[in-house]
Design a protein around this ligand. Sequence first.
Ligand code: GTP
Length: 596
Amino acid sequence: MKKEIRNFCIIAHIDHGKSTLADRLLESTGTVTTRQMKEQLLDDLELERQRGITIKARAVAMKYQRGGIEYELNLIDTPGHVDFQYEVSRSLACCEGALLLVDAFQGVEAQTVANAYAALEHDLTIVPVINKIDLMNARPDEVAEEMMNSLGTDPFECVRVSAKTGLGVNDLLEAIIERIPAPTGDPNAPLQAMVFDSNYDDYRGAITYVRIMQGTVKRGHKIKFARKGSVHEVVELGQFAPARVSCNELSAGQVGYLICNIKSLGDVHIGDTVVDNIDKSAPALPGYARPKRMVYCGLFPSDGQEFTDLRDALERLAVNDPSFEFEPETSDALGFGFRCGFLGLLHMEIIQQRLENESDIDLVQTAPNVTYEVVDKRGNTHTIHKPQDVPDPGDIEEFRQPIVRCSIIVPNDYIGSVMKLCQERRGIQRAHEILGANRTMLTYHIPLAEVVYDLHDKIKSATKGYGTLDYEMVGFEPADLCRLDIMVNGNRVDALAIVCHRADADRRGRAVAKKLKSEIERHMFEVAVQAAIGSRVIARETVPAMRKNVTAKCYGGDITRKRKLLQKQKEGKKRMKAVGNVEISQKAFMAVLSDG
Ligand code: GTP
């Protein structure tokens, strides 16, 4: 008899209650008892706890009895943040259905729309769910209408739940079984399994997470990873419930793990296909779309000795996160380091934090920049990942920058301030859609550089936190851009160069020079900070020579304050880099983000 299986994921905006709902489903199906229920079971990566964002996709199998039939419900966890679309699409490829979870008070957000479209593109059946109906200020009817207007879901099909109290969760389980189709795929066909995640266990080696598309895999089978053709024996296989539970076989439609004595995570490629080790094995599945790395920054050890430690740490991270890339970079100012590519700003912050948590290296990070294209006078196109590589003005025929389509959902009161922000960021309005009584979706084309600098934060503060932003690449477009160089005592500091719009160059140049003046500590001599385009200096500031010691301004008698100040100065010292004979702090390298 064919097993009754349902594979689904939950897609939701951050904080709409995905983890809480997952916990309730585990509890309602008896997969874990209330006592075993650790808070927020699915978010177990420590960093995720700190940041409260689900980053890595996980899978858990639940058993549910109904009408004498046992159902296996596989829940695949997905991240909700705009930077992690790539991981979302990995999870979607393993499911037949998606619970589209929307907070009954917050309503539809930009990421909800983006993720719902992604699910539809993967042909998933969508079960709309309105969560947090226990809230005093819940407005489920309006939210159902917003969902209809933005996503086309039928208000009568919305399942209303409280993930917190468990209200409606049984109805949701029914909806999962009734509406989401069972997986197809012949258990007797040649094996074809999609690798959607992996992690490393110190005792067992690499653990490969798979969704079996067709065929059956058993303990002792020899399997082959299609991409490299490497052959391994399956020594253990099973499912997560939510701890690892081993079994004898996994067949078409199931989701689980394989352990094959693989000693390095580098041998397991996410998006790869696992097949039988026979001549007529099944074809490889289409992999996942390669993630687009659009934001780059330089990472340098503040102590040059730590270069190899940094390389090892980056290698470890890259294995676990295929969307992150790095290559060696040499900077006159910062020495040997790496140029790293990220999906977005949040991704960059997370990698940086993980580096600091997991290794003991002091880092100096340069300001993030986006990828540019430059066509030189000879007609050659160059892809530029760092501003200092932009050729001199005389050699540029065309300068192109990446443009993204931003969808911004805001309560109506804030439409004006958000439109103003987008216009200031050189946005071009493309659409203005009314989603409900008090929510509007604005669509703008905006240069990615403007988005990554601070648009998200600015929208959040302009809308008291209610506005949400999502973006996707449109393509490269020509723009009037220039390279702005920063010089410290006459030395061009490559790591401080930025690319900006020519019309903004004077303002940016002045702002950066001013910011640097405040970030560079006084030396025994005067320090001149200049901003220049080509050979034209557009701004100059001077850091006067040192006269007093740092504690001098604490004229009161409070010794603890003085100590704190000295301590702070000592800590600040750690992340210093010398440019010529001028010491520049980590914070100063981010000064180029300053807007004036
Ligand atoms: P990320 O992991 O950051 O994407 O968030 P999430 O979508 O998993 O949200 P999470 O489950 O962490 O819930 C966010 C907050 O909403 C938590 O403080 C929950 O306690 C709360 N919450 C979740 N569901 C409900 C609900 O049904 N009612 C109420 N009142 N609060 C809820």
